[in-house]
Design a protein around this ligand. Structure first.
Ligand code: IPE
Ligand code: IPE
Ligand code: MG
Length: 253
């Protein structure tokens, strides 16, 4: 990334491109099919998927996106063979170990969302360190959803809210803002654009609460092939959408 956020003002101010979506969420899907098409083991697809993630983080910063949230391992992915799960955990670990210092230097704030319980201690320690070391950054926000499922997140938030009631007493009616603050994504804006690669048309338990008004884009590319041009194409599609948030757009018949 050419120091993420170094030029945070998109060029639309001078009459050029409209602003990029502030927050893009991506369901990085299709690693297994990418590998299968080449006669390779599924894990080779996951390895190439990490390279696609690196390309995408860099491109997102350059294109003026401030928040990128990627789905890396779901609470349902535990249903996969243990060997594949181990590789996915190893790849997260290697990614954080290899890229943390560079991301930190580039002003990237790293967050990992999902259930910490159940993560191997070394990974829990590493992601905790990544979050602590980048907590002061704000040029770009990279959030990795790992051992994440939206229903699990909402349940944990409900439990945390109930705990707060027991400890602090009744604080009045529960608002959407208050409930959001108990979610793993507390402090992040809602995604404007949610992309899923690989041609599947489903959300697979990703950001169910947060994506209430996200624009959804399903792309035919398999994740390991994803790169800057795909992200640019996705932003162009996003700009064709009319976001109404339930209201009537002025001038519409
Ligand atoms: C996405 O690719 C990575 C994870 C879900 C962990 P897949 O592994 O789901 O690849 P396909 O969908 O089987 O091709
Ligand atoms: C969603 O992909 C989870 C991630 C990309 C991490 P899956 O491949 O697990 O989803 P399904 O099984 O096709 O719904
Ligand atoms: Mg898949």
């Amino acid at each position: 990334m050419s120091r993420a956020g170094a030029s945070p003002e998109p060029s639309h101010a001078s009459g050029g491109e409209p602003p990029a979506p502030q927050h893009v969420a991506i369901i990085m899907d299709g690693n297994g099919r990418w590998a299968k098409a080449r006669g390779l083991p599924r894990t080779a697809g996951h390895e190439r998927g990490v390279e696609a993630l690196r390309r995408t983080v860099e491109a997102a910063g350059d294109l003026g996106i401030k928040y990128l949230t990627v789905f890396s391992f779901s609470t349902e992915n535990w249903r996969r063979p243990a060997a594949e799960v181990n590789v996915l955990f190893g790849l997260l670990k290697a990614y954080v170990q290899r890229d943390l210092q560079r991301l930190k230097h580039e002003g990237v704030r790293v967050r990992i969302i999902g259930q910490r319980e159940g993560l191997p201690p070394d990974i829990a320690e590493l992601v905790g360190r990544a979050e602590r070391e980048t907590a002061g950054n704000s040029a770009f926000h990279l959030t990795i959803a790992f051992n994440y499922g939206s229903r699990n997140e909402i349940l944990r938030a409900a439990e945390a809210y109930a705990r707060s009631l027991r400890e602090a007493g009744d604080t009045g009616p529960l608002t959407e803002e208050m409930f959001s603050s108990f979610l793993d994504t507390s402090g992040l804006p809602d995604p404007d654009l949610m992309i899923r690669t690989s041609g599947e048309y489903r959300i697979s338990n990703f950001l169910l609460w947060q994506a209430a008004y996200a624009e959804l884009l399903f792309m035919d590319v398999l994740w390991p092939d994803f790169g800057r041009a795909h992200l640019e194409g996705a932003i162009a599609k996003y700009h064709e959408r009319e976001r109404r948030f339930g209201a009537v757009v002025p001038g519409a018949s």
